[in-house]
Design a protein around this ligand. Sequence first.
Ligand code: URA
Length: 239
Amino acid sequence: MERLDKLLSSTGRWSRKEAEQLIRSGRVTVDGVVAARREEKYPDDAVITVNGEAISAGGYTYLMLNKPAGLVSATEDPRQATVLSLLPEHLRRVGLFPAGRLDRDTVGLLLLTNDGPLAHALLSPVHHVDKIYLAEVEGVLEESDEAAFREGMVLQSGLHCLPAGLERLDESRALVTLHEGKYHQIKRMLAARGKPVRSLKRLTFGPLELDQSLGEGEWRPLTGEEIGALQEAVKPGRP
Ligand code: URA
């Protein structure tokens, strides 16, 4: 059981204050009845609507962040600021964590959620949820680099990298598609080709695409369709 204003703010769409105003103006219903009191407690599975639109309280929050450089993809760090520092206070207390890591200097799409089972499934090698990055390198990308990625690479350290996509956009920029997520993977693969990475931006994560209207450091809640697409991507039996 959770307070109604807290259930609403835990979706990431409204602050507690905004939730209070919505409830006071009669725009929130719970199980079909207009809610009158923000302190009323309801179970996680109560059907809540705001302005007639069903919202996914369900206890889980899903945010899309356009990660800026300079922050670590972690919930806490003894020395460095984390991506959670970009969120307002009320969202720092609902147990969000980044689903997967981007390096400190990598920018772009990062999913923040407190839905452990979904995040775990999305990151599991069983589902091969693809990620696409825009990479800019030093040196000139060649057809032989595309071929090396296509075939899969064994790095000097002995690390085996599955076949991956490298699609050249111009001499120094390419779209890289990974079907796995090993530590510094793109940087290591491109360094092994003699083309060190200058910058890296994640554009997609499975069915999620970075919202181009989000500036670096900005975030928004996922839409119902986006959450549904993520759940669909990890349904049992899917490759
Ligand atoms: N590969 C990298 O090298 N770094 C990232 O942040 C993501 C993929």
